[in-house]
Design a protein around this ligand. Structure first.
Ligand SMILES: [Zn+2]
Length: 145
């Protein structure tokens, strides 16, 4: 009997995601629309294999932590941030492209910078993110309880 989350399905999704990732990397030197599309496909497949973890820290705590990590500089424009109340937590790889809530995908930015951020994403940055997430985290396959 098959279930939606059976081990075979999980492996198939993982293999598919790996294939998409390899295909995107193979297109990297072209740096054209095909590369961007392949990178997006891989990131979206990753989101299916590894659901985003819930955000664990409240926004205020996270902002302080990111401000310290970023030496008080905006993640987008690189200028100083003087007022934490006029900041945003930005998803470096947007949710819509498979980006998750894990701290490595989050950065502190000026409010205005985050609003001006382009909706599209650098495909190289996207693939690096996919690779990092894929390498560092074990797949959550079905486990006996
Ligand atoms: Zn800024």
């Amino acid at each position: 009997m098959d279930t939606a989350d059976g081990p075979d399905d999980a492996n198939a999704r993982r293999n598919e995601m790996e294939a998409l990732y390899e295909r995107a990397r193979a297109l990297e030197e072209q740096s054209g629309a095909a590369f961007t599309a392949a990178a997006l496909e891989a990131a979206e497949a990753l989101a299916g294999v590894m659901p985003s973890p819930p955000r664990r820290m409240v926004a205020a705590e996270l902002k302080i932590r990111k401000w310290e990590e970023q030496d008080g500089l905006c993640g987008i424009c690189g200028e100083r941030i003087d007022d934490l109340s006029a900041t945003d937590i930005d998803h470096i790889v947007p949710h819509t492209h498979g980006g998750g809530n894990e701290p490595v995908n989050l950065q502190l930015t000026h409010l205005g910078c985050n609003r001006r951020k382009r909706a599209d994403v650098d495909p190289l940055e996207l693939l690096d993110y996919v690779q990092g997430r894929f390498d560092n985290r074990p797949l959550r396959g079905p486990r006996p309880t």
